[in-house]
Write a new protein. Sequence first.
Length: 402
Amino acid sequence: MVALRSIPIALAALWANKMRSALTILGVVIGVAAVIIMVSIVEGFKGKIIREFEGLGTSLIIIFFDPSEASRRAGLRISGLTMEDAEAIEAQCPLIKRASPELSVPSKVAYGGRDMDVQVKGVVPEYRETRSVSLLMGRFINHRDMETWSKAVVIGYEVYEKLFLARGLNPIGADLKIGPVSGTIVGVLAKKGRAFDEDYDKAVYVPLTSAHKRVFGSRWVSVIFAQAVSPDRAEEACDQVWRVLMRRHGNRPDFVVDTQMRLMQTVGRILGVLAMVLGGIAGLSLLVGGIGIMNIMLVSVTERTREIGIRMAVGAKRRHILMQFLTESATLSGAGGLVGITIGCVVSWVVGNTFKEQMPTEITLWSILLAFGFSVGVGLFFGIYPAYKAAKLDPIVALRYE
């Protein structure tokens, strides 16, 4: 009851000094807004990465070349991944449904006087299933293309859009220049967007054998994507793949085998820690705001010494005075928290909608509640000393104060 009766008194006191109150809460406003913005950006990236992982499928196993520092120090000969490694994985691992090797190299493509920079990917027919891509028109790379080292090319949506759709041209059957060689377009992928550092739409796809023999003149592959028979057997399948590759590579651990779920959990943990660190850094400005509130409350106690004396003389108890000043402090910081939440949410929404791909944002209820609770807590904490000082005033001395 004492707290409820103190609220209108506190609001009246704060309203009487509107400009000072507004300047006092500025630090809290900035701190809360910064917490909301920082956490929303990290949560946005976290959600985007998790969705991208889930889009690849929960049974996916990723194998990539990674010569370890230990191997180099030991003087071991380092080899890369090859198409034969993928074939061995598919043939010798009962828990692997399919394996899709991939070679990815940046290059330039051109058609009809226009060109653009893309990723040229040497892929196998299984790529379509393991990477969950769909066709807009035409067909995908098939086994006959692989056997004959054909010049078949499948283009991503952005390549189709810039080189053909913008001019109303049909890409199927067109000859596309890829670096020093050319190929015939047989299909166009539906729009898929980015996943991690890979842009499916800004890429062209050729048979892996053709990439090795006609385009790049290399037998290595960048990565192998394998699909386990089921998500719950992915860890066992991962162990099988490891054993097969260790035999093929002469017991040299110059590769990494990981499951999609493992990578997703690792990324989630890293981003969770990052959110806490950034939120903590932004929270420091809340503490600065709290110190500002304490300073102003101390000034207020000094200015209102006579008022405090009069209230005590007409019957107000020390706990009433204590509660009044604590309520004023909490109201100041709470108001700053609400303004900061509003600004933080608006800025996060604008950033998320303006830079959807580069900087996604996700406003979470827990970050709003945490920021508001912390702002009120800061106000209460830094209001304790001024309130205690006010409550301890001697009424007789206070009444004499000018």
